[in-house]
Write a protein that binds this ligand. Structure first.
Ligand SMILES: *Cc1c(COP(=O)(O)O)cnc(C)c1O
Length: 375
């Protein structure tokens, strides 16, 4: 499975793990991240992208996102780099590759490692190159909610032999095997059990064969629905970065309250009331949301700075000489997207077809046409 994965993505090493979270932890460990280090992370991502930094007692520093593509903004990254910065965790959010050209250049200049969280972007491409292979280490997810899945699972990819070896060690109780392997650097060689099972690997081999088709189906669905949604004056479907192929984990829209005259929340809840939840996932309700996840730095562990025990570690670690800032307002674009403008939905997942999407468009249209009743 690992060999096939490496061939498919055109990388030297593919390392199977039991989740993308485990993969991110392996990557951060292999990168040598530790106490006193800062790592620049996107605030608009699933919690694990930043937790991988905390796990190694380092400090996540949140840079702002791009207004058009919602990935880390290179201009904001530059402002957040300090002598303590060790790496950047970029996220191909919603299935859109990060700005690899500019961010990789910043990383090279500042001698930083790029860890690419591609959990949402398997099969996406940046100038012909697969998302996940754009940084130094890339991570894919195989959890049930992703494009292809094995129930739970993940894969880490890299072209770097030394990083690959360290990732493999951390996956499998490093401290117990380093001696036998003659491995001498002990940094972060505290092991875990992040092994994928044979059964999941067998499923992953079959799933990988379907990836291209499933991504193409999402792209076709998005093309179909975008044309129609863009005719509704208060909606604007999100842009695709030039030169990229988007994998559309979710489909993003921007909402213009000044045109609709009603709040985004009122609009979206009326649309949801028109639609049905997906079969067998009824408890999740209709998959349309205002924004995505709350900006990470506004969540309790960052606001209260409690992670390990109750003494404030790693934030108050005596090896840390920097300055932590998690105050509301540090990433204004992220907050504007989350609290005002962004709508995300999943009505483009296979096996949804054009007829299903017509229902979705109809709901968005109906609420637009009757918006005065919601005022
Ligand atoms: C899903 C996801 C993860 C975690 O994936 P698991 O396999 O469930 O651990 C990490 N990062 C992002 C951006 C994700 O969407």
């Amino acid at each position: 499975m690992e060999k096939e994965w490496a061939e498919y993505y055109g990388v030297k090493h593919a390392i199977a793990v039991n989740s993308a979270t485990s993969g991110l932890y392996c990557a951060a460990g292999a990168a040598g991240i530790g106490p006193g280090d800062e790592v620049i992370v996107s605030p608009y991502t699933m919690s694990a992208s930043a937790a991988a930094v905390l796990v190694y007692n380092a400090i996540p520093v949140f840079a702002d996102i791009e207004e058009d593509y919602f990935c880390l903004d290179p201009k904001s990254i530059e402002k957040k780099i300090t002598p303590l910065t060790k790496a950047i965790v970029v996220v191909d959010i919603f299935g859109q590759p990060y700005d690899a050209e500019n961010i990789n250049e910043i990383a090279r200049k500042n001698n930083l490692l790029v860890i690419e969280d591609a959990a949402q972007a398997p099969g996406a491409k940046y100038k012909g190159k697969f998302a996940g292979t754009l940084g130094d280490i890339g991570i894919y997810s195989l959890n049930y909610h992703k494009h292809i899945h094995t129930g739970e699972g993940g894969v880490v990819v890299t072209d770097n032999d030394e990083l690959a070896e360290r990732i493999r060690l951390i996956r499998n109780h490093a401290e117990a095997v380093v001696e036998n392997k003659g491995y001498t650097s002990l940094i972060n060689m505290l092991g875990f059990n992040y092994r994928m099972t044979e059964m999941e690997a067998a499923i992953a081999r079959e799933q990988l064969k379907k990836l291209e088709l499933l991504v193409r189906k999402r792209q076709e669905n998005v093309n179909y629905i975008s044309d129609q949604l863009d005719k509704i004056p208060c909606l604007k479907t999100a842009q695709i970065r030039p030169g990229c192929e988007h994998a559309f984990y979710v489909h993003a829209l921007k909402y213009k309250q000044e045109i609709a005259g009603i709040s985004r929340e009122a609009y979206v809840s009326a649309v949801k009331a028109e639609l049905m939840p997906i079969d067998l996932r009824e408890k999740e309700g209709v998959n349309i949301g205002c924004g995505y996840v709350k900006p990470l730095y506004l969540q309790p562990i960052y606001q209260r700075q409690i992670v390990y025990g109750d003494k404030g570690c790693p934030f108050t670690c005596s090896y840390y000489s920097g300055h932590i800032d998690y105050t509301p307002g540090i990433c204004p674009t992220c907050e504007k997207m989350h609290y005002d403008e962004l709508i995300t939905h999943e009505m483009i997942r296979p096996p949804m077809n054009n007829k299903d999407m017509d229902d979705v468009v109809e709901a968005f249209k109906k609420v637009w046409e009757n918006r005065d009743e919601l005022k």
